[in-house]
Design a protein around this ligand. Sequence first.
Ligand SMILES: [Zn+2]
Length: 472
Amino acid sequence: MPRLGSLALRFALCALLVGLACSRAPAKRPNLVLVVIDTLRADRMALYGHDQPNTPALEAWAKGGTVWDTCYAPAPWTVPSMSMLMSGRQVMRRVGFSDADRVPLAEHLAKHGYRCGAVVANALLRAQNGWNRGFESYVQDDGTRQKTFDDGWPGAEVVAKGLQWLDGRGEQPFFLYLHLLDPHHPYKPYAQPGGPEFKPKRTIERRERFRSILPEARRAQLSDDAYLGIEQRIAAYDSEIFEADQALAQLFAYLDKANLSEDTLVVVTSDHGECLWEREAPKTQRGRGLSHFPQLFSGHGEVVYEELLRVPLLMRGPGVPAGARAKQHASLLDIVPTVLSLLDVPTLGRSDGRVLDPRAADVPPERVAYFTHTCALTENGRWKLHLGKGRREAKELFPPELYDLVSDPHERAPIADPARISAMQARLEQWMVEWDDKAAPLNEQDRAAMRALGYLGQDERGDGMGAEPDED
Ligand SMILES: [Zn+2]
């Protein structure tokens, strides 16, 4: 029956072609939710091995996705870090979003048919500075009613406002960006009826560890009361991570209930970590009054030690393996290229990040981090050189420090290796020239917002937390 055979073959071919045509029809792209929990250092989360039960919702949710064991922020402060996260572009100076050539993720997604909404609890990411580019809705706690961060929106309110926006979504794919602020200082104890308690851990051994950071002559300054204050604040920091975690439980429940979980890529990360009295305050920070014991450093900015750069990175959704722990070293710069690849949206032009591969385990040969007066280069995830930059005095205040992150992951004992130091110093200086970027000076509105958030000191010169651009 050759004729029938050939007819059947033709039918089969037609069906195949129709099938191919169908599979080529543009399917609706996945949605995207980006959650940034400000000031969240990875090693203080139970999800990353911390001994306090502060991330139950994230742990349960992450079982359906991938957790990157190692992710770095490229700067220890919100503004530069978010600029690099949202654009995938490396800079070596603090910048806003006003630069015409730095297209933020939302603007790019909007061009590709996404409806974009944001709820931002950090008053520094101001719409007026271009942080709202691409968002049809950019709801922000502008800091005007804040005396301190305590009066800002809690995570639950940020999530609720985000879900309210999602309620009105149409048929188009959406990008929702939520910026939570709970763990940011000042640390305020959070408690939930029937929930875990986060009590100060007070031991002689721990007190001696804090004292040992101070020079011998100043150790007596850390009285028992001052020490208790440190432990209380650290416990409160842990509890505020739990506060953010519980707010996200509401987001995850909403996505499930609305049948959106399968079609939505969710990314959870932070803009930078936090130092919790674990090292002496940098000379430029002393006496700035952000801490009740300012001889030891608490907060973020200025220096680029690991506790200020290691942040969580979690992804779940279409194309992301479930239940995986990725060993590859990631950076916030990688988020834009990775997300665009997973959403099947064209790339954003030049990018300094890469598409992450959850199955890979490679470590970038070079990684840099910077702030106003300091910067660091890490080679192969091992050798890390810190260097003063900018003003001549800053260079004198921050002499080169070299660490071996493999044997000394907390950067306690600098290594004397002049040959390596000078080779890395030359390379880092080359980086700074290559990636130099002119920062726009702050206007009075920015300064008022920063003052409200506790960043500017009494003198308001703002040279500690990077309120002013370098003048060198
Ligand atoms: Zn921040």
